[in-house]
Write a protein that binds this ligand. Structure first.
Ligand SMILES: *[C@@H]1O[C@H](CO)[C@@H](O)[C@H](O)[C@H]1NC(C)=O
Ligand SMILES: *[C@@H]1O[C@H](CO)[C@@H](O)[C@H](O)[C@H]1NC(C)=O
Length: 501
């Protein structure tokens, strides 16, 4: 290739690296959590397509959900599969129990369906303060047994263990990140677990929730919960030595970095995953689409730019919480708990998000719904006053999800009759429009006119009966990944040949 001079070759090399770099960034993709605690879950095949259409190529499951694991087979999406806390004691009891779990919930899906399982999450926030000490003794032995079982199954290299922990396992005596250390009651245990994971070349995982920081404390500076937008830092920075923190995510993550370093670990050499981070859209005065959009767009921008924190320049892998809303999750933590989805329960877009390269969020396709019918208070009954329907509303809300009716929520502004209609409709949808499920002692009637108003949506549920048979996994994902890697190999070859010819 004598026709190129050195200068031209350098330009070629530069362009190739640029292309390769952008390509790799795309190949890396986004990661998110997919929880399935829904009365009418989005059919697995549709959810997998939704993930792929939006550039998510890593997903975290809270348990070995067979439908999800099958649909993820040969999808080009890699998987972290969770072991629920309730199984920790069993996993801790014997290696055999862990081997059975690995056989049934990992090996089987890899070999039968081609599911790309890369991580097993042992427990979910097992050391959360509100659990008291319930899982403190079982978690570490469970982790060791699952790791041993993976090695025994010949998956030691391919599948890594981790323990997703709540950020309450570390703290700072004076509130500054530089004073970070592990919580004193579990400090020795934390050191053992981090040591075990680093020795097994496995990641450590922490869930960080700026929304909860804002929600827990009325004096928390609102702007500090969000990421700064360019030069507009918004919040008054928190000064920690030579570092000025502009947002609580950075400060929280760096508290972890300090905790690791205080205990002799080199945080730059440990793989750190943020297992959950996100913002809910309903069920609380701080939970709405505008705030969620602001937070999640700021988060996505940092992920796409590969931005780390002041104390650790290498960005962590970040799993957004969450894919879709889940209407049967426990609301012990708050009514917002059922509204963490980037998408509604049915994969509809809640608010726009830029995913980089000019791409915008796209909704789920092919969802089949119940008939376009809602259940509302009859005009006649509406005149009779709230006392006549209070009992029926309570009954409806015991079974159906009424979290959007709470103070500061999307349906809080409804008048008492519409409020009752909302509850009736949620029950009617929950019961799949079953005969007699829109009656409430003659108070309610079925309507074809959408009663939604303002921010308050009266949903129609997914018709899960028309989605029952999951189609066999398709090959397109795997071939797409292969095509991409071949392109990358091509560019490398081109760059190398241009420089050395
Ligand atoms: C596999 O995972 C599922 C879902 O968490 C669980 O119900 C089942 O008991 C697991 N299998 C074994 C052998 O532990
Ligand atoms: C609406 O219904 C909810 C749930 O039953 C109830 O807590 C709330 O007080 C009602 N609000 C009005 C304005 O009737």
């Amino acid at each position: 290739m004598g026709r190129y001079n050195t200068y031209q070759r350098l330009i070629f090399l530069y362009l190739s690296i640029l292309l390769l770099h952008n390509r790799l960034k795309n190949v890396e993709g986004l990661a998110c959590n997919w929880g399935t605690q829904a009365s009418h879950p989005l059919p697995p095949n549709i959810a997998v397509k939704l993930l792929r259409d939006n550039g998510f190529n890593k997903v975290k499951l809270f348990e070995a959900d067979p439908g999800a694991l099958r649909a993820l087979g040969k999808s080009g999406i890699s998987v972290m599969v969770g072991i629920p806390n309730d199984l920790l004691a069993t996993m801790a009891s014997t290696v055999t129990a862990a081997e059975l779990w690995v056989q049934q919930n990992v090996s089987q899906y890899i070999s039968k369906y081609g599911t790309d399982i890369r991580h097993v999450a042992v427990g979910n926030e097992p050391f959360l303060k509100t659990y008291k000490d319930r899982f403190v003794r079982s978690t570490y032995p469970a982790l060791q047994n699952v790791q041993a079982a993976l090695v025994k199954a010949g998956l030691g290299r391919q599948v890594k263990v981790t323990v997703p922990l709540n950020a309450d396992v570390y703290e700072s005596s004076d509130g500054l990140p530089s004073s970070g250390d592990f919580r004193s009651d579990i400090k020795t245990l934390m050191i053992s677990i981090v040591k075990f994971l680093t020795e097994s070349i496995s990641p450590i995982t922490f869930n960080i929730y700026p929304f909860l920081s804002l929600n827990a404390d009325t004096n928390f500076p609102r702007e500090y919960a969000f990421f700064p937008n360019g030069a507009n830092t918004g919040a008054k920075p928190v000064v920690d030595g030579s570092i000025s923190y502009t947002n609580v995510f950075d400060a929280n993550f760096d508290t972890l970095v300090s905790a690791l370093e205080k205990n002799g670990f080199d945080a730059s050499k440990i793989e750190i995953i943020v297992g959950e981070v996100g913002w809910p859209t309903d069920g609380d005065q701080n939970a709405n689409p505008a705030m969620a959009q602001r937070f999640n767009q700021g988060l996505l921008n940092r992920i796409l730019q590969g931005q780390g924190t002041p104390r650790r320049r290498t960005p962590p892998e970040v799993y957004v919480f969450s894919l879709v809303d889940e209407d049967i999750k426990s609301i012990d933590p708050g009514k917002f708990e059922r509204h963490w989805g980037i998408f509604y329960y049915d994969g509809a877009v809640k608010y726009p998000l830029s995913l980089g390269n000019g791409r915008e969020l796209v909704p789920a396709k092919g969802v089949r719904y119940q008939a376009r019918e809602w259940c509302v208070m009859s005009n006649q009954a509406a005149g009779n006053g709230a006392a006549t329907w209070a009992e029926s509303v309570t009954y409806a809300c015991q079974l159906a999800d009424c979290t959007s009716l709470g103070p500061g929520s999307s349906c809080a502004g409804l008048d008492p009759a519409a409020n009752a209609s909302y509850a009736f409709n949620m029950y009617f949808q929950r019961m799949d429009h079953r005969r007699g499920s829109c009656d409430f002692k003659n108070l309610a009637v079925v309507t074809r006119i959408d009663p939604s108003r303002g921010s308050c949506r009266f949903p129609i549920e997914i018709d899960t009966s028309r989605h029952e048979l999951p189609r066999p996994p398709r090959n397109s994902g795997a071939s797409e990944a292969k095509r991409r890697s071949l392109m990358v190999v091509g560019w490398v070859a081109m760059a190398v040949s241009m420089v050395f010819s």
